[in-house]
Design a binder for this molecule. Structure first.
Ligand SMILES: NCc1[nH]cc(CCC(=O)O)c1CC(=O)O
Length: 342
């Protein structure tokens, strides 16, 4: 079984609690929280609620929140790649609409699925402490034994890898041009079940964060080093959106921001924005905070068939996280074939 991760303190919240006490008569309750309906989305929403109630005791009442599960176009359309149906915005479109219409007060997202340019009137109010950003390789019954020092060695020659992510596809094909890709979508559980099925793919790739949150980390055969498989911008981070004019709620949500998650996601999302922002082009972005306080950012651009792959890293100050992402993104774009950004 996967390890249970004890809740870690949110330093940002604690530091600001004294300076910014939340008023005891906090607007009318319940607060309506929007989320997708998948088990992962619901887990993330409850995780967020457990943090906000720890910080803000007036919201501890069981009736303080009302959960609104919203089906999105991304959930309904299962047979095509996101890149072919309008990109990652589709996981959030209906949730943004509910927010703008006032049917919900705020929404909990996987930051990875949230477009870099939000609709007018919606802002990202906070990001929570990052779960592991790495991808995991999940081997099915036809594969060899996992070898952490050579993760793809367990894949038989010509094996079929099930993934809908052009980023994962490009990187695995670059390392192993003999492999073939089959599109699989659906939630984490559905994708894992396809590995066991007759005629299903030999292996798949999933975010370790999702597996961990669903207590399925034991399904990860090998966890991939971020240099071997550059994760998606925002992977493993939960983000919360609110209406830009809802100052009171925005203030409350900002108070529980995790500063490290905010810095790395800013660098990664600026990189993504500078490159393209759609999910048709394989793009990876992964930032981490070094012990000396600086940010290390790795960016990747590739061709979906793996025939082109460019990876670069840069260092910068936390206060310049956005500029770091933008400059690395610009440099990658300058040195990649122009048709990748058409
Ligand atoms: N695109 C679906 C999605 N959105 C967020 C996660 C995992 C959790 C996370 O990255 O925070 C996943 C599943 C996956 O990519 O394996």
């Amino acid at each position: 079984m996967s390890a249970v991760h004890p809740p870690r303190p949110y330093h940002g919240a604690q530091a600001r609690q004294a300076a910014n006490p939340i008023r005891p008569h906090f607007r009318s309750l319940p607060l309506r929280v929007g989320t997708r309906g998948s088990p992962l989305a619901l887990w993330q929403t409850r995780h967020f609620l457990s943090i906000i109630t720890r910080f803000c005791p007036v919201l501890r009442d069981a009736k303080a929140f009302e959960e609104h599960a919203i089906a999105t176009s991304g959930d309904r359309i299962q047979d095509r790649r996101l890149a072919d149906i309008g990109g990652k915005g589709l996981f959030a479109k209906e949730i943004h609409e509910a927010l703008l219409d006032g049917r919900i007060d705020f929404a909990v997202h996987s930051l990875k699925d949230l477009e870099t340019e939000l609709p007018p009137g919606i802002v990202l109010a906070c990001t929570l402490r990052r779960e592991d950003a790495r991808d995991a390789l999940i081997l099915g019954p036809s594969c060899g034994a996992p070898d952490p020092s050579d993760p793809f060695a367990a894949l038989p020659a010509g094996a079929v890898i099930g993934t809908a992510s052009v980023r994962r596809q490009a990187q695995i094909l670059h390392a192993r041009p003999d492999l073939r890709i089959e599109m699989i979508r659906g939630n984490v559980q559905t994708r894992l079940s396809k590995l066991q099925a007759e005629g299903g793919p030999a292996a798949t790739l999933l975010a370790l964060a999702g597996l961990r949150r669903l207590e399925m980390e034991d399904r990860a055969s090998v966890v991939l080093d971020p240099d071997a498989m550059v994760p998606a911008a925002g992977q493993g981070i939960v983000g919360v959106t609110v209406r830009a004019d809802d100052v009171e709620l925005h203030e409350l949500l900002s108070a529980i921001e995790d500063r490290e998650a905010a810095a790395v996601s800013q660098a990664e999302r600026s990189l993504l924005a500078a490159l393209d922002g759609s999910c048709r082009t394989p793009i990876g972005g992964h930032a981490r905070l070094l012990s000396d306080g600086r940010l290390h950012l790795t960016g990747l651009v590739a061709r979906a068939d793996g025939s082109f792959l460019l990876k670069r890293s840069a260092l910068g100050e936390v206060a310049q996280a956005a500029a770091l992402g933008r400059e690395l993104g610009d440099s990658l774009r300058r040195d990649s074939p122009a048709d990748l950004f058409a």
